[in-house]
Design a protein around this ligand. Structure first.
Ligand SMILES: [Zn+2]
Length: 291
């Protein structure tokens, strides 16, 4: 059976289910036990949030969700490191990269205010917006994901046209994934670098001027809470911004740019006198993938 992303026909958001078997029969969440439904190549289509992990945190419109693996099935305690390449964790990363919607099912048995009183409840679609690795409460590495409720994210209308006639045939709402975060501080950083990427030196010339992005080294928002200040922002081209945000490249304390997979030094971060980078943020970003 092909993996189905998105809502299941005739299953309304808020629908209750008595048990995991009922979720399976309704095709809302296929696995009988696993919390994550997905495969590395296909992505993850649904998760169950039921307080299985001590490091989870449910905020209602967004969830900090711990990946799979390394747990003692009897005590629920972490007894080994989690691996980002483990199939269900890799599936959630794939969904983040592709922007696939993930069905979220909340289960009872936690004291979280958003959990149902009993059984399970289908709570609609979320997007995986971030992932990182940290030392969990039990002292082992855990892979964590941030999922944001799609309803809470900015949407853009896309008009689909007939390929033959060019006439509009439908509209579709697309979630704007890379939330544009502009601030006076970000503009200042871009000006200091003349909109040149600090990693590859590229400057994008577009109609109306030059284009660059401000990349927060320690990300804004929960759970990173990085500050919106000059010393925490890089001026990057969109490609290097994505690589940096996803941890494919990172910085050493002497501002060398390193490739995560090969470990190779790709170059040096270009800096200017009036824009000092704080090594604390650089270390925070680097340790998100290898704490
Ligand atoms: Zn660049």
């Amino acid at each position: 059976m092909p993996r189905h992303f998105g809502h299941i026909a005739d299953v309304a958001v808020g629908s209750p289910f008595d048990n995991r078997r009922a979720l399976q029969l309704a095709k809302v969440h296929a696995p009988g036990q696993a919390g994550i439904s997905g495969a590395k190549k296909e992505g993850a289509d649904s998760i169950v949030v039921a307080g299985a992990y001590r490091d989870d945190k449910d905020h209602g419109t967004y969830i900090i969700y711990t990946g799979a693996g390394g747990r003692d099935p009897d005590t629920g305690r972490q007894i080994a490191d989690q691996d980002i390449d483990f199939h269900s964790n890799a599936a959630l990363v794939k969904s983040q990269l592709e922007g696939y919607p993930v069905r979220v099912i909340r289960g009872a048995g936690t004291d979280a205010p958003y959990a149902p009183a009993s059984g399970y409840r289908y709570d609609g679609l979320f997007l995986v917006t971030d992932h990182w690795i940290k030392l969990g409460r039990d002292g082992y590495r855990v892979v964590q994901f941030r999922l944001d409720q799609i309803d809470g994210l900015p949407q853009a209308q896309t008009i689909l046209v007939d390929e033959g006639t060019g006439a509009p045939v439908a509209t579709r709402s697309t979630v704007v994934q890379r939330q544009l975060r502009s601030s006076i501080v970000v503009s200042r950083v871009k000006d200091l670098h003349g909109h040149h990427c600090q990693i590859c030196n590229l400057v994008l010339e577009v109609e109306g001027g030059l284009y660059a992005e401000g990349a927060h080294i320690q990300a804004l928002g929960d759970p990173h809470f990085g500050p919106d200040i000059l010393s925490n922002i890089l001026c990057l081209c969109p490609n290097d911004h994505v690589r940096f945000d996803l941890g494919a490249i990172y910085l050493s304390d002497d501002f060398k740019v390193l490739d995560r997979l090969s470990g190779q030094i790709l170059g040096s971060l270009r800096t200017v006198p009036r824009h000092a980078i704080d090594r604390r943020y650089v270390a925070y970003h680097r340790e998100l993938r290898s704490p």
